[in-house]
Design a protein around this ligand. Sequence first.
Ligand SMILES: [Zn+2]
Length: 319
Amino acid sequence: MSSITRVAGKIIIPTPFAVGDVNTYLLKGDALTLVDAGIKTQEAKEALERQLKELGYRLSDIEQVILTHHHSDHCGLIDVFQEDPLYGHEDNQRYLKRDPAFMKEQKDYFTSMAKQFGVPPQLMKYANDVESLYTYSGSKPLTHFLKEGDWIPGHPGWRAMETFGHSQGHLSFYHEESGTLIGGDLLLGKISPNPILEVPKRAEQERLKPQLQLNDSLRRLQNERLTIVYPGHGKDITEPYQLIEKRLKNQHERAFHVKSLIGEDRRNVLELAIQLFPKAVKRDPALALFETLGQLDYLDSLHEIESEMVDGVVWYYNK
Ligand SMILES: [Zn+2]
């Protein structure tokens, strides 16, 4: 049994997104495994092929693919590995299958959310152009599910951690013996990951609070022994605890800035998002709105603010 599989290669793949390149990782063990699969562009596929070759492999040598999460920069090229097992958390499946009922569910959900945020629905891409979110996404469904505590098949010692927040079903992979974490988009060197709102899995479920989930996931890392984090974007993180502290502290400060913007007034999510991100809100309103909502959820969790729905719009005010 190969008790230690180290990360055998880091493959850096270009994306057309503002985030820049995305990282995928190669694990050598009882099965040659690719963790995440880049984005669906020809350029990305060529970059993957070229760098695999430099490591001594071809695309066809990959025996299985494991996903940290379902965003297109991480799952775009899964269709290339049509014959291979594809592992990931069950919550990713609906985003890979994208059946018409789920596409409609997303459209309806974000239309109603847009109203709550105070946004005219036509401004919200998440509501009116759901399909465009998947332009660069792969569509091979997961063949196997991984959940908290499961080991990566073929790689004893690597276990899955459910680290939701940036997405639902987000997994990180932890090798305890060496203190190595393949972290997906949980912890990134340059930016704090967006707390992206998703449709609850069951209709009766409350609205998700991704910023709070993300914070909980980061705090979980503080209880593990970490020496290195291999992130989904950017350089390896060699001082993870410092960075986690910084991320949590900055988020706390951002939230209290939002609290000060509310002041004596009452404000909705859109009004605050415009103040916080005047440019971004025009470019991609959803991300600016989710980021703002995340700060409001955080303030609410500390009982710093209250909210009230009037004619379908949620208004926030200081206690
Ligand atoms: Zn990403």
